[in-house]
Design a protein around this ligand. Sequence first.
Ligand code: NAD
Length: 362
Amino acid sequence: MAVVSGATLITPTLLSSVKLKTKLTNDKPLRIALCGLGKYAKILAEALASTHNCKLMGLITGTPEKEVSWGEKYNIPSKNIYNYKNFDTIKDNKDIDLVYVVLPNSMHKEFTIRAANSGKHVIVEKPMALNAPDCLEMIAACKKNKVQLAVGYRLHFDPYYHEMKRLASTDELGPVRYIDSGFGYRIKGWAKDAWHLKKELSGGGPLPNIGIYCIQNNRYILGEEPKYVTAQFGPIQRPEYFKEVEESITWQLEFPGGAITNSASSYSYNVNKIYASGDKGFIELDPAHNYAPLKGKSSQGIMNFPLINQQSEQMDGIAEYILRDEALPTHITGEEGYKDMVVIDAIYKSAKTGRKVEIKRA
Ligand code: NAD
C-alpha cells in the first residue's frame, strides 16, 4: 500500500465495489434519444461518445435550428429527430430504446410520461419532478408501460461515492451518527429571468437543483429514510435574482437509527462537501458533488481513484441492466427520485412554517 505525506493512500485495488467498464458481449448498444438540448445535454452527448454500451440515436428539441445543428454534429438521421409536438410518434421508431429527459424541471413529468406511453425506457434528470405526487405519476406510467425509469444521479457511478458507501456499509466506520453536507455556489451573470429562478419551471432555488445532492448522500450513506426535518430559509441578499425562489436554505434531518444530518444549499455562498462521522472513523469528500475528479479522505487514508467520466459511467451502467433486461438497482430508479422529492417537499414545508415536519411517504 502506498503512503502519501504520512497518510495511507487508498488505491483502486482496495475498491472492490468499483465497476470497471466492460465491453458487453452483446454488441447491440442501448440507443438513446436526448430530449432537451441545453447545456447538460451537450455534456451527455459528449459523454455518450465514450460509452461502451450506448449510442446517441435520436434528438427531441423545441428549437428548429438545433434539429439541424445537432443532427449534423452527431450524425442523426432526420427520421430520428422530433419536436415537442410530434414526439409521441417516437413509439413507431424501432431505432430508439430510451429517452433521456434533460429539460427544465417542470417538463420532466410530461416528457417522462409521454416517453413511457411510447414504450421507451426513460432516464430523467434530477430533480425528478416539481413535487413528490408528480414522481408517483411518472413511476406509475413507466410501470403501466413496462419500461424502466432511472434518475440521472451521476454520483452513484463515481468511485469516491462507491468507497463512501462501502465504508458506511461495513464496520470500518462504525455506525454513522452525524453528517454535515453542503452544496452551494454564488451565481454570477445569470439572466434575471433564467428558468432556474422561476418557481413554476424549477420548483425552487438551490434546494431542488443542487441541495438535492445532500439529501441523496445522507440517505445513501445511512441507508435509511429520514423521519423529521427542520429547515430555515437564509436571507435574501440579492432581490434582483430571488423574487420567486430561495437564495439559501439550511435543514436538519432526523433518521430512525438516531443519526442527525445538517445541510446547506445556496446560490449565494460556495460549499461543496460531505463529512460523515461514525463511532470508529470518518469520511470526508471535498469537493463532493462535482463532475469528476472528486477528492476525499477517511479514517482509512487518502482516497485516490482513477479519473472517470461520471456521465459515461452512468449511462453505461444503466445500459448494462436494460440490455440484459434486468431490473435497475433501486438506488438509481424513479423510487429514489421520489424519496428525494418527499424530503424536498417536507423541507419547504418546514422552512415556510418554522416547524419540525414529519416526513411521510406514500
Ligand atoms: P438548460 O437551460 O441549459 O437547457 C434546457 C433546455 O430545455 C434548453 O435546450 C431549452 O431550449 C429547453 N427548454 C424548453 N422549454 C424551455 C423553457 N420553457 N425554458 C427554458 N428552457 C426550455 O438547462 P440544463 O442545465 O441543461 O438543465 C436541464 C436539466 O438537467 C435540469 O433538470 C437540470 O437539473 C439537469 N442537470 C443535471 C445535471 C447533473 O449533473 N446531473 C447538471 C446540469 C443540469
